[in-house]
Design a protein around this ligand. Structure first.
Ligand SMILES: [Zn+2]
Length: 272
């Protein structure tokens, strides 16, 4: 793929690069699946990279009003990457890109009312893309970035590695959802907090406060089946339950972990 770009722009991506000069980049991908799994973010370069065990981490930041820089984020990302390394033993990939697009908050989000847009992040096998509000880099944003980056990276476990056949052969035109959204999001969200506890990036108090909040949040929903909701989440009647995967879904992870701990006499749990 050939990209013509404004002079000096940089395409941050995990795609293999064949050649590059000031105005043109050539990237390669062996197939379509690999291509869509590797987005490219073009902007004037603000990048930084560091090594954690076997993995090279690249960070690219676009902040239209220059409020946030890659160098500012790095002190929060590096301990997170080390916590992930602790959790995995050996990191599952040799290189990983964190791509941050901070949106100018004075520009209204497009199409908010239809629910088709908003801030968020998306996981891929070798990178994750973040679309977050641009604000001075301080407490709230730091913790948000620690939580969201560990969450997106941990999606390498599920659904990127462990998933149903619907995800393996995902139909982008007519999505056929699997029954496991609660697992993909819930276990990932639980792990995102667990790894921070294990590496002492948060205290035990912080961890239980987070779990307590999730318990409180469950009261916003009436009773429903998580497997049915997972399967039918794109339907009007079920999309209202979607955010529960990050709350009660994470509590399923906690409960499964406690059960493993109990049944194995403390030998087989994640939370040892
Ligand atoms: Zn997620």
């Amino acid at each position: 793929m050939n990209y013509t770009k404004p002079n000096g722009w940089f395409g941050a991506t995990s795609l293999p690069q064949k050649s590059s000069n000031n105005t043109k980049d050539v990237f390669t991908a062996p197939n379509y699946t690999f291509l869509v799994d590797n987005p490219i973010m073009y902007s004037l370069p603000d990048t930084i990279s560091f090594q954690v065990n076997n993995m090279r981490v690249h960070v690219a930041v676009y902040s239209p009003n220059k409020m946030i820089t890659a160098a500012q984020i790095m002190p929060d990302l590096e301990p997170t990457a080390r916590a992930l390394d602790n959790f995995f033993g050996t990191l599952p990939v040799n290189q990983y890109n964190f791509l941050f697009y901070f949106a100018d908050q004075s520009v209204p989000l497009p199409d908010v009312e239809s629910g088709l847009s908003g801030y968020g992040a998306l996981e891929h096998s070798y990178c994750s893309m973040y679309y977050l509000p641009e604000a001075p880099y301080s407490g709230y944003l730091k913790q948000l970035i620690r939580d969201v980056t560990s969450h997106e990276f941990l999606h390498i476990l599920t659904p990127l590695t462990i998933h149903s056949k619907q995800i393996e052969d995902f139909n982008f035109v007519t999505p056929d959802m699997s029954q496991h959204l609660w697992m993909y999001e819930g276990l990932t969200e639980y792990f995102a907090h667990l790894i921070q506890l294990r590496s002492k990036l948060v205290t035990e108090d912080d961890f239980w406060k987070e779990m307590r909040n999730k318990i409180d949040e469950t009261s916003r929903f009436d009773n429903f089946s998580f497997t049915e909701m997972s399967k039918r989440v794109v339907e009007k009647d079920f999309e209202k339950y979607y955010t529960s995967v990050y709350q009660e879904g994470a509590l399923f992870g906690l409960c499964l972990d406690l059960l493993l701990l109990k049944e194995s006499n403390g030998k087989a749990a994640c939370a040892n």
